[in-house]
Design a protein. Structure first.
Length: 131
């Protein structure tokens, strides 16, 4: 009888331990379809294309859409494969700034004049849109 009671306690303790580990593992798992939005500096359709292409090339990014008027990039990414910072670094490499990354001056200066968002006059340039 004593060994049966001891065996039941051991099984109960093991079950609680396994359940606790499973719950902890679920809390620590990363989101495979994390939706995030952040600002990316740019002006026009060429910027949009460049920003989205740089984003989607990052392994783990499933969706990228940059809204020209709001300057907001919306992403769906797999947090197991990449981070938001990885995407921001890729965007900076093609000439665009974010809140935490800045394009180097050589890359930025190689952008078409209408895409040089740091110049306040660039917003008034012809961006290939019909009025």
């Amino acid at each position: 009888m004593f060994t049966t009671l001891k065996l039941r306690k051991t099984i109960l303790l093991a079950s609680i331990l396994i359940l606790g580990l499973q719950l902890n593992a679920q809390e620590n798992s990363k989101d495979k379809n994390k939706k995030t939005t952040f600002e990316v500096k740019g002006n026009c359709g060429m910027c949009k294309s460049r920003i989205e292409k740089a984003s989607i090339k990052v392994k783990g990014v499933k969706y990228a859409n940059w809204d020209i008027p709001s300057k907001q990039l919306t992403l769906i990414l797999d947090e197991n494969k990449c981070t938001t910072l990885d995407v921001k670094k890729a965007i900076a490499k093609v000439g665009h700034d974010t809140d935490s990354t800045k394009a180097d001056s050589t890359t930025y200066n190689s952008l078409p004049p209408c895409c040089q968002f740091r110049d306040p006059n660039s917003i008034h340039m012809d961006h290939g849109t019909k009025q």
